[in-house]
Design a protein around this ligand. Structure first.
Ligand code: SF4
Length: 1008
């Protein structure tokens, strides 16, 4: 039995008199899609939301009883990855945004938001925000800035890019993004530049989980159907603060209200664990052992879905390649599974995890009995915390495979089934280079770029960067070992020009050459689509003041004309920058930024406007065209008005889609021994496109779409891993790799403990909430969680200062003594602790510091030794906002990440965040927030982890399996030289990984 939601007596009465609609009716309607009846009301009436028909002219009363006339313009939240809908209320009298609420037209968020959505208004009104383009006016990092025009900034940056591209050093242009929030816009731009210049933050975030999912079916993210699930397993505090937080939380609650049960693995008793039917407080790093024990129970007790496994798993290939002596029968496969996982008994899982064996077995049986309506989720947590964490998502997905819950109603689908794939105007061909600083030879399976190692690669001399864009990206604060980032960013030989595109001041922008102000969510264009449930939706993020101005009949050429100050947006910025990089069109860049609608005027091309870009994109979507026609609008007008549309719903079991049977009659198409339908000559299982192309799978004599893997099936066995020399079971199969923080590696006797630094606060936005008074008032510190027993042992009480010693330094923070964490661990939220530098000299333009959430620090540096001490906390300050004088808190938290050493997992490349630390009471001269780090030690640890990798090339000198995902990939056939070790690297030098040295770009390393 699951939760039976009990209505309160007030709710029951409210339902009866119709103030609340019936809960079960609501749930059904929500599952089916939006329900217009629950919000419709006349002006001034009682309703959940104004009806879209009234959005251009909406009247409501404010708290003083005065009527307010608004124009309501939708946009999309940018304060996490979920892309929920927002509705801005623009005061028609002042033309200002008065408040921000949810957009009921958005199929993912359905009018609801978390605290961070409405708090967008604080970011817009931030009294210290950057309003104009700035250029440094002194040494990098000196804090001296001068205001420049957009023209001046664009011309300078464009000329540097042009020089690099003309010199065949195109890969010295690097775009590094923190929060993307768009669909393929930058892929198109970077392809147009013809460089391999994309870095993301994935490597410190979801790379571990992605690698595990990717090995199963290429799709590297899960899309659970929580609302229809009967049993949900979460690895992390997902319900309260997870990825796609608000859209997922709504649907988890719906599933539970309908009787679904929830289990959560987390070493902390988070609010999610507290809401669960089963809490499994696992020892960090033991999760794969627990999941395999569950798999063993399901196999031994024959609870698996035989039909699904038989038809859709590459078990025949596994038996042929790893157990050729056994019969190639399904029964032999099951017996082999029993042999392989024989040691993963519930008792062993208990020994590894500390979770009661009976509880593990019980949850396993629940999952086994639930079958296809079992949904699960992991994004970061254990997959990101541990060396070998990629096996956590791989073993988690194993349970979905065994129960036949892949792609089913109530199960977990591949993300791409629920994500929009836009058709873009003037698409450039794919770029044809390989950037070894992004995907180096040591990490052929990295998901994706090894951005965590960027400063060490520069220090090691693997190359340099001519133009480095950081976009809503703040590695000095968010990445481990931020001081090594400062060293890299202040080395002007290594980083020629650093351009920070950011809506807020941050620790990385302090070390830029240009700080270019970019808009918050209501100040910019983008589209976004996320796999929040079994449907595909698209939302339109638009600059609402521009849209309002246009509604009022004004002409706006560039978005910065309508935004505060000269705040711009990336979309228009990239068009202008690309145009100036190739002013005469000789580099082949400019043509991709020409209007898809207006003809050239002689030799004079027409530059694409941002409206033309989105008009083109929206006009390609049949469903949107239909919806727009029904309202007598163009697709662009529809999106400007509604802010979102649903492209499809109930997208389940797409792997079963039939293929045209005629394909089987084509000359070069054949079906291999395993039922895989192929085109071409040879079945190269790992390096797919070096051999035959996979078209689908034969199931019961019918050709089906299948999965995009070398076998077209779910890959229980990875021939790819074996081909790359990783032929042990711990690589080729779902398995358990003991973490670097396994208890065997922790010297508890000597005071060592495991630090879990990965959990999220639901009211914080990495480095973009320190300017939000609402959010900072709710949470403004990140104490160290410590169990009562450990606190007693160390003589610590809540509020006492402790010193946490890491491999490269230490930090000082206060403790929170609690029973809500396993003994032997300490935990600290990865938010909080943002800082600004105490400047001695007055400067013409003051570097901003978000006074609601950034403490002021003294930075000390001598060679590789870095120290930081907080000299001023948070407090009231004068500004245009009277609330700024009412700030009552003085704490801003502690920036722990600065003291973390680099731990790149040798397979997935993800930074393994958990670490062994020593916890001691603070010393007499320690102050709250003190930090000390030695970056030489960090470099040594980088080298130690690099020693765990194998830099050998793959089959035929391949750099990486072609079939695995990678952003902005070079072509996989035709002009595919970049995929091979001797291909073009877009730099003067290439990296000889065997000898750890660079060689001229036209030379080869020994192993090629
Ligand atoms: S979950 Fe919250 S922060 Fe994230 S997009 Fe939705 S409203 Fe914004």
């Amino acid at each position: 039995m699951g939760h039976e939601y009990e209505l309160s007596s007030i709710e029951r009465i409210a339902e009866k008199v119709g103030l609340l609609s019936s809960r079960s009716d609501d749930t059904t309607k929500q599952r089916q899609g939006r329900d217009p009846d629950i919000r419709k009301a006349g002006n001034g009436g009682l309703a959940s939301y104004p009806d879209p028909e009234q959005w251009h002219d909406w009247l409501e009363y404010d708290s003083s009883g005065e009527p307010q006339n608004y124009s309501l313009v939708p946009t999309a939240c940018f304060n996490c990855e979920a892309g929920c809908g927002l509705l801005t209320y623009i005061d028609k009298e002042t033309g200002d945004i008065r408040k921000i609420e949810g957009n009921p037209e958005h199929p993912g968020s359905r009018g609801r938001n978390c605290a961070k959505g409405p708090a967008t208004i604080n970011q817009i009104e931030d009294p210290q925000r950057i309003l104009h383009p700035l250029k440094r006016d002194g040494p990098r990092g000196s804090g001296a800035w001068t205001r420049v025009s957009w023209e001046e900034a664009l011309d300078d940056i464009a000329s540097r890019m042009r020089e690099a591209i003309q010199d065949d050093r195109g890969n010295e242009i690097t775009y590094h993004v923190g929060r993307p929030g768009h669909e393929e816009y930058m892929d198109r731009v970077i392809d147009a530049w013809g460089v391999d210049g994309h870095h993301s933050h994935t490597n410190i975030c979801s790379a571990g989980a992605r690698a595990g999912y990717g090995l199963w079916h290429k799709y590297d993210r899960p899309s659970p159907d929580f609302a229809n699930a009967d049993f949900i397993l979460l690895l992390s505090a997902h319900l309260e603060s997870g990825h796609y937080f608000n859209p997922h939380a709504q649907r988890i609650m719906e599933g539970m209200q309908e009787g679904g049960e929830l289990a959560t693995m987390d070493p902390r008793l988070s609010n999610t664990a507290a809401m669960s039917d089963y809490w499994l407080p696992t020892q960090p790093g033991s999760e794969a052992a627990v999941l395999l024990s569950m798999a063993k129970t399901i196999i031994d007790e024959e609870m698996y879905d035989e039909l699904f496994v038989r038809n859709w798993v590459n078990w025949q290939q596994f038996l042929d390649q790893e157990h050729p002596g056994r019969d190639r029968t399904f029964e032999a496969y099951i017996r082999t599974l029993q042999d392989i996982y024989a040691d993963f008994t519930p008792a062993y899982a208990e020994q590894e995890s500390g979770v009661d064996a009976g509880k593990i077995e019980k949850v396993a049986r629940k999952i086994g009995k639930t079958g296809s309506q079992y949904a699960s989720y992991i994004w970061r947590s254990a997959a990101t915390g541990n060396e070998g964490g990629w096996q956590v998502s791989r073993t988690l997905h194993f349970l979905s495979v065994l129960t036949g819950a892949v792609g089913t109603e109530g199960g977990t689908s591949p993300n791409a089934w629920h994500k929009f794939d836009p058709h873009l105007p003037n698409e450039p061909p794919r770029q044809t280079l390989w950037d070894e600083i992004q995907l180096p030879p040591e990490y052929p399976f990295a998901h994706y770029e090894m951005s965590e190692l960027f400063p060490y690669f520069l220090k090691e001399g693997r190359g340099e960067v001519s133009v480095y864009f950081t976009r809503v990206f703040n590695p000095v604060y968010t990445y481990p070992d931020g001081f090594s980032w400062i060293e890299a960013l202040t080395d002007e030989d290594a980083v020629g020009c650093h351009v920070a595109l950011t809506p807020t001041w941050n620790e990385t922008a302090y070390f830029a050459d240009y700080v270019l102000p970019m808009g918050h969510s209501p100040e910019r264009h983008d589209i976004q689509s996320q796999e929040t449930h079994a449907a595909t939706w698209v939302t339109y993020r638009q600059p609402v003041l521009r849209e309002y101005a246009e509604r009022e009949g004004e002409d706006v050429e560039f978005t910065y004309e309508a935004n505060p100050g000269e705040v711009w947006e990336e979309d228009e910025f990239w068009i202008e920058l690309s145009w100036r990089t190739d002013p005469d069109g000789e580099l082949g860049i400019r043509e991709h930024f020409e209007s898809p609608y207006r003809e050239r005027d002689g030799d004079d091309p027409a530059k694409m406007t941002i409206d033309e870009y989105y008009r083109y994109l929206f006009e390609q979507e049949d469903k949107l065209v239909e919806l727009a026609e029904a309202e007598d609008m163009t697709p662009l007008e529809y999106m400007k008005h509604h802010g979102a549309f649903e492209a499809s719903t109930n997208d389940y079991e797409l792997h079963k889609e039939p293929l045209d049977p005629d394909v089987l009659g084509e000359d070069d198409v054949w079906v291999d021994d395993y039922g895989t339908i192929r085109r071409g000559e040879k079945p190269a299982y790992a390096s797919e496109s070096d051999g035959s192309e996979v078209l689908g799978v034969m199931v019961d004599g019918e050709p089906k779409r299948g999965f995009p893997t070398p076998t077209g099936k779910q890959e229980f066995y990875s021939a790819t891993m074996a081909e790359w020399g990783r032929d042990e079971e711990k690589y080729t199969l779902p398995h358990y790799i003991k973490s670097h923080v396994h208890p065997e590696n922790i010297d508890y006797e000597d005071g060592e403990m495991v630090l879990v630094p990965t959990f999220r606060l639901p009211t914080q936005i990495h480095s973009r909430s320190s300017n939000s008074k609402y959010l900072e008032e709710i949470s403004h510190n990140n104490p160290v969680w410590i169990h009562t027993k450990d606190a007693d042992r160390l003589g610590l009480e809540t509020g006492d200062l402790c010193r946490i010693e890491t491999d490269i330094g230490y930090y000082v923070n206060e403790v929170w003594v609690t029973e809500s964490i396993k003994p032997g661990l300490v935990a600290q939220s990865h938010h909080m602790g943002q800082w600004k530098i105490a400047r001695e000299d007055e400067t013409e333009i003051e570097e901003g510091g978000d006074s609601y959430g950034k403490v002021t620090v003294d930075l000390d540096n001598e060679e590789s030794q870095w120290g930081m001490r907080q000299v001023d906390g948070i407090g009231p300050f004068e500004s245009t906002d009277p609330d700024s004088e009412r700030v009552w808190w003085n704490d801003g938290g502690v920036a722990q990440n600065l003291t973390h050493a680099p731990h790149p997992d040798p397979i997935s490349g993800v930074h393994a965040w958990h670490q062994s630390v020593t916890v001691r009471p603070a010393e007499s001269d320690d102050y709250y927030g003190d930090i000390y780090v030695d970056t030489d030690k960090a470099f040594d640890i980088y080298r130690e982890w690099l020693d765990k990798t194998d830099p050998s090339a793959g089959p035929n000198g391949l750099r990486r399996p072609k079939w695995l995902k990678r952003p902005i990939a070079p072509p996989t056939s035709g002009e595919d030289d970049a995929w091979y070790r001797d291909g073009p690297v877009g730099r003067d030098v290439r990296w000889d990984a065997e000898n750890r040295t660079t060689v001229a770009a036209d030379e080869q390393s020994d192993d090629d």
